[in-house]
Design a binder for this molecule. Structure first.
Ligand code: TNX
Length: 519
């Protein structure tokens, strides 16, 4: 080799290096249909190429769309290290454009259209919620390392194509029981972020139970001064001040999630009874003591005392005042210490109180034994008879069948957390069911939506909670969002297996089920 050849080689190498460092990597063939998206979109057309997100990219958005653009940038900046400035105006090549277009014909509420070409990412929706849902899809189209909290090397390629998507059910929820074990504000925020990733739009907080009262009620201060101190197992509980609750509501709202607060009554009230013994007249339990166990059904408010209705009015009134969403959940489950002749008029009076505070009543399915307003929502968890009685009363129901979607059920007999009174629920069991045929008589028109509850008798912090939530929740979210025609376990399990890198990048403690081909 002579000097001339060596010189030419060095020159060529330097040129290549300069080019590699200054110009974005060219588009490469990519198949959008091969990317794991959960929930699966209604329609997807892959066009076989790729868009490259580079550090020059900006996000174009104005008005309400700019609020979602801020969230998008906050998702993308840590791992890419790109500035991703947000501004109004026309998108140039390499940009991401977000727009709200109320006239967009092809989508319904919360729907969106995401079009990705080699030049541009365009996300359009009729409403702000739809943009947020589309942004979750965009996140999943990027490499899993986008979920890391510090700078990663990229490249940040997105497969080209067109997605048109909208939800099957308007109500898509998860419940966190913060009563059996208390979860801090930061833990609840983490849970909100996780459920938002899978396009859920409702967070039901189970705020009171026998073991603890978790929300400040200014007119009944001992509820938290006394009733919040305890939790399952005797460890220290906790509560949210009204300001902290508002912080959670706002955090959720920015992520298009409505908070539904639940104060369970007349049963599951031991913590309230310890704080205010005058609310009790239960001969089975005349002197309530703090409860650290997990038995249920022993406590009840004294349904013949007027003070109980003043209590309910004050609690529901204060909660309604700090809850912008339309619903107040009043529990009503497992009232084995309340006679049916006392339970029914109690629920009817509570329903009037909820209406007086301009909210819609939600309750566990037992409430159907009372005369319900058509707007009231029973939440089906166990009794098919109750579910059918709900339909006979012309109410819509929330479907939370314990045998399929109770996230506190063990996966199998070896699971380290969880109960199994309803069933062992492996990942395929929680995915393989269809809400519209789950019970006789309840059809599509009767179902408001789906909710997956996580009861916390056996999980005491968010890391343990995640083990029960993941990987079942993404599949339940798919049942709530995607039409039955695109749902199928055999293909879903492959998509779920590809989420592994994403769970890991997000630091999620998930159960590595053997039924899923993890990649
Ligand atoms: C039943 S489901 C309950 C809860 C328990 C749960 C444990 C329902 C309305 N009540 O009080 O925490 O089982 O799985």
């Amino acid at each position: 080799m002579n000097y001339y050849t060596i010189g030419a080689k060095i020159a060529l190498l330097s040129l290549t290096l300069i080019l590699a460092c200054t110009s974005p990597p060219a588009s490469v063939p990519m198949d959008m249909a091969e990317v794991s998206l959960i929930p699966h979109p209604v329609s997807l057309r892959a066009t076989g190429s790729s868009f490259n997100l580079s550090k020059e990219a900006s996000i174009k958005a104005e008005g309400e769309a700019a609020e979602i653009a801020e969230l998008l940038a906050a998702y993308l900046r840590p791992a890419t290290g790109f500035p991703l400035a947000i501004s109004a105006g026309a998108a140039a090549s390499g940009d991401i454009a977000l727009a709200i277009d109320p006239a967009l014909g092809t989508t319904q509420a919360e729907g969106y259209e995401l079009t990705i070409t080699e030049e541009i990412v365009s996300l359009k929706s009729r409403d702000k919620a739809g943009l947020f849902m589309g942004l979750q899809t965009l996140r999943q189209l990027l490499p899993a390392s986008i979920e890391m909290t510090g700078p990663q090397s990229g490249p940040w390629r997105i497969a080209t194509g067109e997605i048109k998507d909208y939800p099957e059910y308007a109500y898509r929820g998860a419940m966190l029981d913060v009563a059996r074990h208390f979860f801090s504000v930061d833990e609840v925020k983490r849970f909100i972020d996780q459920i938002a990733t899978y396009k859920l739009n409702t967070l039901h907080l189970h705020l009171s139970d026998d073991q603890g009262w978790r929300i400040e009620i200014k007119s009944w201060p001992k509820l938290t001064e006394v009733g919040s101190k305890t939790e399952v197992g005797g460890t220290e509980g906790g509560f949210y001040t009204q300001e902290e609750y508002t912080e959670l509501v706002n955090y959720a709202m920015a992520r298009q999630i409505t908070v539904i607060p639940e104060v369970d009554m007349p049963g599951h009230t031991n913590a309230a009874l310890v704080a205010y013994p005058e609310l009790n007249c239960n001969p089975k339990d005349p002197n309530p003591e703090p409860h650290f166990g997990i038995e249920v059904g022993f406590s009840t408010l004294c349904t013949d005392k007027e003070i109980v209705y003043r209590f309910a009015d004050d609690v529901i009134g204060e909660l309604a005042a700090i809850t912008p969403g339309p619903y107040i959940h009043v529990g009503g489950d497992e009232t084995h210490a309340t006679a049916p002749e006392d339970y029914i008029p109690f629920v009817e009076r509570i329903q009037d109180i909820v209406h007086k505070h301009n909210k819609i009543m939600v309750g566990w399915d037992e409430i159907v034994t009372a005369k319900l307003a058509e707007s009231s929502i029973p939440q089906f968890w166990a009794s098919e008879e109750n579910a059918q009685a709900a339909v006979a009363q012309n109410t819509k129901v929330i479907m939370s069948p314990a045998k399929r979607v109770y996230l506190d059920m063990q996966y199998d007999s070896t699971s380290k957390y969880g109960l199994h009174w309803a069933a062992y629920i492996e990942v395929d069991d929680s995915y393989n069911w269809e809400p519209t045929t789950y019970t006789d008589n309840i059809g599509r028109e009767n179902i408001l939506g789906i909710e997956a509850p996580l009861w916390s008798e056996t999980v005491s912090n968010i890391t343990e909670a995640e083990y029960m939530v993941f990987p079942r929740l993404p599949g339940i979210a798919e049942i709530a969002w995607s039409p039955a025609s695109v749902r199928d376990w055999e293909t879903y399990k492959v998509r779920l297996g590809k989420q592994k890198g994403r769970f890991e990048a997000m630091g999620i403690n998930y159960y590595p089920s053997e039924r899923v081909p993890w990649q």
